[in-house]
Write a new protein. Structure first.
Length: 328
């Protein structure tokens, strides 16, 4: 059986696609398949995918544009490997031994559900590579249950909530129907919350073999608009309600609230940067979740919490929005 299925969703990335695909095909570990999902690209990305269709371990899928989540879900349904790995088509691996490394973790931790790994961020404007500064304490992950691993990851700033930072057992995804929510941004947070709730065993490596491009001008994550705020609020609302009505281990619940509090801080900066008309559409529901700020797990959250207590939510939103603009 094939060990890894590498799913690459593709949309208008002709500048970066070859580097991404070749970084996977050049792996020294050979038990893998590559699933190229062309999500209705209007540039030459689709033609570039077809150049690989005769490779024995490459599957090429052309579909109408449905967004990143839909493309990933399509890849999941096509995959046959024991483990699924996602890589965005504008990113790439900087090592030919990435799969070797992941397979070693699987061999050491038989039947593990989730294997985590690190990345190096490439800031395109400055042309600068910055490695992820945090390291996993492997002793806090290996052979530990979710109610220990999840709080550790969130408290140590090692919970990345990104699909491209994990290798996941395919049967876990299929059994629990852990698909990506269609039509929203920040979908990786929602997906990761589901994934870690169902996972029973974990492993990790501190190897940073993924190069993650940031500040790409044409990227869908490089715009601040009403939908960004609406979708993040949707995720916060969804998971606060889930944690309220479902039986979840208390330590996991507390950790998830802490993570949602940080996302609420990000949401506050987004709302603060909106026009008055856009802000009006979202503000009432947004303000209803200001109680999340009481879950302050770091100094910044603690400061924002007290600003909100003293000056109110409107001023806090304004202040955080101005700070976010100044940081750009």
């Amino acid at each position: 059986m094939t060990i890894f299925s590498i799913i690459i969703p593709i949309y208008n990335v002709e500048k970066y696609l070859t580097e991404c695909i070749e970084s996977v095909l050049n792996q020294s570990f050979k038990s893998f398949e590559v699933i190229l999902v062309n999500d209705g690209s209007t540039d030459s990305s689709g033609v570039m995918c077809d150049q690989y269709k005769d490779y024995p371990n490459v599957k090429v899928i052309h579909k109408e544009n449905g967004g990143l989540s839909d493309a990933r879900n399509c890849g999941i349904k096509t995959a046959t490997g024991q483990y699924l790995i996602f890589i965005d088509s504008d990113d790439y691996w900087n090592s030919n031994h990435a799969l070797d490394n992941l397979y070693q973790q699987i061999e050491r931790n038989k039947d593990v559900d989730v294997v985590m790994y690190k990345q190096i961020s490439y800031y395109m404007k400055k042309e600068k590579f910055i490695p992820n500064p945090n390291f996993y304490d492997l002793d806090c992950i290996q052979n530990h249950a979710a109610n220990e691993v999840i709080p550790y990851l969130i408290e140590s700033n090692n919970f990345s909530a990104t699909a491209w930072s994990v290798a996941v057992k395919r049967t876990l995804i299929l059994e629990h129907q852990i698909y990506f929510e269609k039509g929203i941004k920040s979908e990786d947070i929602d997906w990761s919350f589901h994934l870690f709730l169902y996972a029973k065993s974990f492993a990790a490596t501190n190897e940073r073999f993924l190069i993650y491009r940031k500040e790409r001008p044409e990227s869908i994550t490089n715009t601040i608009e009403l939908k960004n705020a609406q979708d993040l609020l949707f995720i916060i609302d969804k998971w606060c309600n889930y944690l309220k009505v479902n039986t979840v281990n208390q330590r996991i619940k507390q950790a998830y609230y802490n993570y949602l509090a940080y996302q609420y801080l990000i949401l506050t900066s987004l709302v603060g940067g909106l026009s008055a008309a856009d802000k009006k559409q979202i503000y009432k529901q947004f303000a209803e979740y200001s109680w999340l700020l009481c879950y302050h797990s770091n100094r910044k959250m603690h400061v924002i919490y007290w600003i909100k207590r003293v000056f109110g939510m409107k001023f806090t939103t304004f202040l955080v929005g101005k700070y976010a603009v100044c940081k750009e």
